[in-house]
Design a protein around this ligand. Structure first.
Ligand code: KG4
Ligand code: ZN
Length: 335
């Protein structure tokens, strides 16, 4: 059987990324150009700046990807690109670049859902076994996704307000930490103790939905109350307390969902999957459950990249799914 080479493109937020993946599992080249430095002074991603950076970077990122792979566009079987969700101006840069290459080289064009990409980052590490449950935690998403087979996604729970990563970034801002705050909170949490009693928000009994805005407000109130009383807060302990609350709820619901849906595997996906506290808690919880494997990708594959988009795109390619040159970017695309 002939090898399948897919060229992946990701520009949904603040990383301009391209990759070449062989047979859906082997990383041949994976290039990520981050814009974090340009957004830092604004404390978050500025959409207009993100789009402009993508335009400036994308050709160089493509060239470097092909050079590292030692391949050309003629060697590719298809072009896979994130078509949503994300910032519309940012998405359109990748989508239009993908269309141009597909047209120029007469290659199939495949639009990929960003979250499907995050989940498929796992396939670059180990084969997936079904049925499985994926906990997707990123700056824009917090979802439990049930998969009974390749390409089938059922969202069984999601956040009703802030995404987990968003809560991390907002709490970090309250503690005057730089953007993106997740890794900084994670680092501080490792040096502190869970001493502030913060709520665990579980919603109705049996629900797989999440809510993080109340927890975020509780942290902000803790900081303001301390300021008013002229007391110092302990940032390490506050970070540890916040992280413990997030990790407890994520772990609890993931374990319950995995058992109820009787899955073989649990996959962690998205930028917050880089969190050391969450990784340890899930490994610990599933280490004690027989017959359910936990899979956690390396940190470089957790945050936005194009290898995961090409990996998810390979499945769509094999299933015969194609998009036309009229494909658009979709900021609020459902999985
Ligand atoms: O998946 P991603 O790169 O972009 C989105 O699709 O949103 O996720 C970025 C998010 C940010 O909110 C960032 O603070 C968070 O992931 N993040 C972390 C850690 N590393 C990145 N959150 C907690 N702990 C970390 N170590
Ligand atoms: Zn992402």
């Amino acid at each position: 059987k002939k090898d399948i080479f897919i060229f992946g493109i990701e520009t949904s937020c603040d990383e301009t990324a391209a990759a070449v993946i062989k047979n859906g599992t082997d990383i041949i080249a994976n290039v990520v150009s981050s814009q974090i430095e340009s957004h830092k002074r604004f404390g978050g991603v500025v959409p207009e700046i993100a789009s402009r950076h993508h335009v400036e970077q994308i050709i160089a990122v493509f060239e470097e990807t092909l050079e590292r792979a030692g391949l050309t566009f003629q060697d590719m079987d298809a072009i896979a690109v994130t078509k949503g969700p994300g910032l519309v101006g940012a998405l359109l840069v990748g989508v239009n670049a993908a269309k141009a290459i597909a047209f120029a080289h007469d290659l199939p064009l495949i639009g990929v859902h960003h979250i499907a990409g995050h989940i498929y980052a796992n396939r670059l590490v180990q084969e997936m076994s079904f049925p499985l449950m994926s906990l997707v935690v990123s700056g824009g998403h917090t979802e439990l996704v049930y998969m009974k087979e390749h390409g089938s996604f059922e969202v069984i729970g999601e956040t009703r307000d802030d995404a987990a990563g968003e809560a991390y970034d907002k709490v970090a801002r309250t503690l005057s930490l730089p953007y993106p705050g997740g890794p900084h909170i994670d680092r501080l949490a490792a040096e502190g103790q869970d001493t502030y009693s913060l709520p665990r928000i579980r919603l109705e009994e049996g629900s797989y939905d999440f809510s993080f805005s109340g927890l975020k407000s509780a942290v902000i109130n803790t900081v303001h109350n301390a300021e008013q009383r002229g007391e110092e807060i302990n940032p390490e302990n506050l970070a540890a307390s916040f992280q413990a609350s997030v990790v407890d709820v994520l772990t609890e619901k993931t374990v319950r969902a995995a058992k109820e849906y009787d899955v073989k595997q649990v996959l962690l996906a998205g930028g917050v999957a880089a969190n050391k506290g969450l990784r340890a808690s899930l490994e610990n919880a599933f280490g004690e459950i027989e017959n359910i494997d936990i899979m956690i990708p390396p940190i470089s594959l957790c945050t936005d990249n194009a290898a995961m988009i090409a990996a998810a795109g390979t499945i769509l390619f094999e299933q015969g799914k194609r998009d036309g040159l009229d494909m658009n970017g979709h900021p609020g695309l459902d999985i």
